[in-house]
Design a binder for this molecule. Structure first.
Ligand code: GLN
Length: 285
């Protein structure tokens, strides 16, 4: 195959579109740029550059993986979140753009720089690392059940220069008595109903860790564990900020309301207009 950048991209775009990939042009560009170690802008300015045999062989290997619906983040090995690059692999959930709303909400609640933050189910460490970076005086504890996920989170913390601000703890957030007293507890827990896992797109269903997605029969298992446990671990006026599925706002706020010590409960919508984050403040009594 004799190809330059422009003709290769046209070919790869149509292959990916045919396979049902949602963003075939973008993904083609990311894959080719990654193979050639160029930026996507370089692809545009060098669109007549002819690809060598070995470049074509390499890019086709990545294309093959994308055609099998492996997520682009796992193919290139990283994902941008809050303008930071996070290393990802099959042991962690790839950070999603809508989760940036959780960071935005958390940053709006910071009143003193010496905040103590707990991130439950840290995965790649996207929340813990971003908060540590944004609030340099804060201390963060990051919990995850999977030691492999924690080592990715540590790698990301090191990469972004905040490893000394974060304590990493390997434990099950539903059963462990995570101790300490925090000004803020954050979590993007698994929240998909077990029966719905089979219905989600192959990129997520086949390649992402089920334990980061499966929220049990009702999808609410982790909220039912976190909401009561957080009471004893939050300072008075401390914040609990949780990502939720787009149809879980009523159930999660009801759960929070069933404990008299949460006040100022608020549901916040993401940029697609879906309910995405629930915020509550512990009373100061
Ligand atoms: N929002 C994720 C998805 O799109 C689910 C993440 C979660 O369960 N916390 O699959």
């Amino acid at each position: 195959m004799d190809a330059n950048i422009s003709s290769f991209l046209n070919w790869s775009q149509s292959q990916l579109a045919e396979a049902g990939v949602l963003s075939p042009r973008l993904d083609s560009e990311i894959i080719l740029a990654h193979t050639l170690k160029l930026s996507r802008t370089d692809l545009r300015t060098q669109d007549q550059r002819v690809l060598s045999e070995s470049e074509i062989k390499n890019v086709k290997k990545f294309m093959e993986r994308r055609l099998n619906r492996e997520p682009i983040s796992l193919i290139v090995g990283y994902q941008e979140f809050w303008s930071l690059d996070f290393i990802v692999d099959e042991n962690v959930l790839t950070p999603r753009p809508e989760t940036e709303l959780l960071i935005e909400t958390a940053l709006n609640c910071i009143s003193s720089p010496t905040f103590k933050i707990l991130d439950l189910g840290t995965g790649s460490g996207a929340l813990a690392v971003t908060m540590a970076k944004e609030v340099p005086e804060c201390k963060v504890s990051a919990i995850d059940i999977d030691p492999k996920a924690l080592s990715i989170a540590k790698e990301n913390a090191t990469r972004h220069g905040v490893v000394d601000q974060i304590e990493f703890v390997c434990s099950d957030l539903r059963t462990s008595d995570w101790s300490g007293c925090f000004s803020m507890i954050l979590s993007n827990p698994p929240y998909i109903k077990s029966a719905d896992i089979q219905k989600i797109m192959p990129e997520v269903r086949i390649y992402e860790p089920e334990k980061a997605l499966d929220g049990g029969i009702t999808g609410l298992d982790f909220y039912q564990a976190i909401i009561p446990m957080a009471i004893d671990r939050l300072e008075g006026n401390g914040f609990l900020i949780l990502e939720i599925g787009h149809d879980q706002a009523d159930e999660v706020t009801e759960l929070l309301n069933s404990f008299s010590c949460y006040q100022n409960i608020e549901v916040i919508q993401d940029y697609s207009g879906y309910d995405r984050v629930v915020k509550a403040q512990k009373t100061n009594g």
